[in-house]
Structures are given as structure tokens and as C-alpha cells.
Design a protein around this ligand. Structure first.
Ligand code: NAD
Length: 252
């Protein structure tokens, strides 16, 4: 699998799944445009890619809820085209129907859904030129009920429908749209969310005991799946797919 000569835009690339996907795709030859809010962490990812001898990335310090035009403009200005958009930036918070606040709901939907819609819309003209594709990073929470993450789960369920509807809309333009739907992956997401430590530990232990493979996922699991869906040869006939990366969790 080679991404040599390809330009890949990845949001939320300063940490976790996005950072590893950036390193992985760059190692396959892609020029990556990496987006994150934390300049120090984003530059550290860019440095790692450069030190490894891969194509020099473009680091864009930006907020996906505010800066979508600038993100696309800077990427096109630097690389002249776009082949793949990875909508990865996302946040999680703890809520349920009893304690939900619309401010929290809006924060989650603005990041996990609205930014994806607007960024995808702005990227369509560029992806049409390259016959490129979009990979959205959703979650098993979009497919299965998980207690106490109501707004997050709803945002990912809506994202899954967006993936399928936009796959249908964009097929005539030769743009594929797919998602990965991971179960628990070891990343800092739970630490930066407002989940309590007790809940984080309980979720991790619960997951390990419930998942048929008896482990939670690693970022290498998500990176290889993102690369597979983004690859124009391996996945050329795949669009509208929600690919669960879950150690068999959806089976039980
Ligand atoms: P993470 O917290 O390590 O990374 C999330 C990234 O998104 C960070 O770089 C963060 O700065 C960025 N981000 C958040 N809001 C942003 C904004 N407004 N503008 C720009 N960047 C923003 O978490 P992760 O686990 O790597 O999560 C990545 C994606 O994977 C998310 O969409 C998440 O919902 C999804 N996911 C994670 C898991 C898991 O268990 N880790 C499981 C299923 C799905």
C-alpha cells in the first residue's frame, strides 16, 4: 500500500488516533496536512514525521469548529490538491437524559458533527478533481447503546448517517466516503473529556472483559483501517461502509 504523491488532511492529529494515522500515512509516502489546537503537540507530531524521513507535513493550528475555510485554504495553498480527508477530531463527555444540558450537547455536536459536515463540503471540489475519498472517525457508540455518553453517542449515530448519505451523494463525483467505528482504543481522549477517573477505569475493565479478544484497541488498529479505506486500490469499490474496529464487541 503506497500513498506516495497523495495529500491527506487529518483533523485532531495532535494526539491519539489522528496522530498515529498521520505518522502511518506519512510512512507510506503521503504528504499530510495535520490539524490540531495544541501547537506544541501538533509540532511534535510533525517533527517525528520529519525525523523519520517522511514527506514534510503541514501543521495547521486550528479549531475545526471555527477555522474550516482556513484549514482547506492552507492545505491547498501548500500542496495544490487534496486526495483524502480524515475527519478525526472529536470530543467525549458524560451525560444522560436526566442531566443533559444543551450547552454540552451543542459543544459535542459542533465538534463531532457540524465541523465534519462543513469541512467535507469545502473539500468536495478538491476531492472531485483527484477522485479522492473521505474517512470519518465514528465509534461503536453510534451503533450500540452505551450508558452515560448520550450526546456523544447521538453525534456519532448522526455522523454514521452522514457517511452513508454523503457516500450516495458523492458517488457520481467518484468520491468515496467511509467510516471507521472503533470500540475503546487506548488514547488520551478519556483524560481530556469530563469523564470521572472511576468511570474511565470501569469502562476500560468492562471493555477488556466484554470484548471477545480480551483487550482494548491500539492506535495501530485504527491507523491500518484508515489507510485501508483511504487506499484507492484496496478499497476502490467500498463506499458508505461503517467499519467496526472492535475486537468482536458488536457480536456480543
Ligand atoms: P484524543 O483526545 O487523543 O484526540 C482527539 C483529537 O481531536 C485531539 O488532537 C484534539 O485536540 C482534537 N480536537 C478536539 N476538538 C477539536 C477542535 N475543536 N478542533 C481541532 N481539533 C480538535 O482522542 P482519540 O481517542 O484519538 O479520538 C479521535 C477520534 O476517535 C474522535 O472522533 C473519537 O470520538 C474517536 N473514537 C475514539 C475512541 C477511543 O476509545 N479512543 C473510540 C471510538 C471513537
Amino acid at each position: 500500500m503506497s500513498f506516495s504523491g497523495k495529500v491527506v488532511l487529518i483533523t485532531g492529529a495532535s494526539s491519539g488516533i489522528g496522530a498515529d494515522a498521520a505518522r502511518h500515512l506519512a510512512s507510506k509516502g503521503a504528504s499530510v496536512s495535520i490539524v490540531g489546537r495544541n501547537e506544541k503537540r501538533l509540532n511534535a507530531v510533525a517533527e517525528e514525521i520529519i525525523k523519520a524521513g517522511h514527506p514534510t507535513p503541514l501543521a495547521i493550528v486550528a479549531d475545526v469548529t471555527k477555522d474550516v475555510e482556513r484549514i482547506v485554504d492552507e492545505t491547498i495553498k501548500k500542496f495544490g490538491k487534496l486526495d483524502v480527508l480524515v475527519n478525526n477530531a472529536g470530543i467525549v463527555a458524560q451525560d444522560n437524559v436526566v442531566d443533559i444540558e444543551l450547552s454540552g450537547f451543542d459543544r459535542i455536536f459542533n465538534t463531532n458533527l457540524k465541523s465534519v459536515i462543513m469541512l467535507s463540503k469545502l473539500c468536495v471540489p478538491h476531492l472531485e478533481k483527484t477522485r479522492g475519498n473521505i474517512v470519518n472517525v465514528s465509534s461503536v457508540a453510534g451503533l450500540k447503546c452505551i450508558q452515560n455518553v448520550l450526546s456523544y453517542s447521538m453525534s456519532k449515530a448522526a455522523l454514521d448517517q452522514f457517511t452513508k448519505c454523503s457516500a450516495l451523494d458523492l458517488a457520481p463525483k467518484h468520491i468515496r466516503v467511509n467510516s471507521i467505528n472503533p470500540a475503546a482504543i487506548e488514547t488520551p481522549i478519556f483524560q481530556v473529556g469530563d469523564l470521572s477517573k472511576e468511570l474511565i477505569d470501569r469502562v476500560r475493565d468492562d471493555c477488556i472483559s466484554k470484548y471477545p479478544v480480551k483487550r482494548i484497541g491500539d492506535v495501530s488498529d485504527t491507523s491500518s483501517a484508515i489507510a485501508y479505506l483511504a487506499d484507492e486500490n484496496a478499497a476502490s469499490f467500498l463506499t458508505g461502509i461503517l467499519l467496526t474496529i472492535d475486537g468482536g464487541y458488536m457480536l456480543v
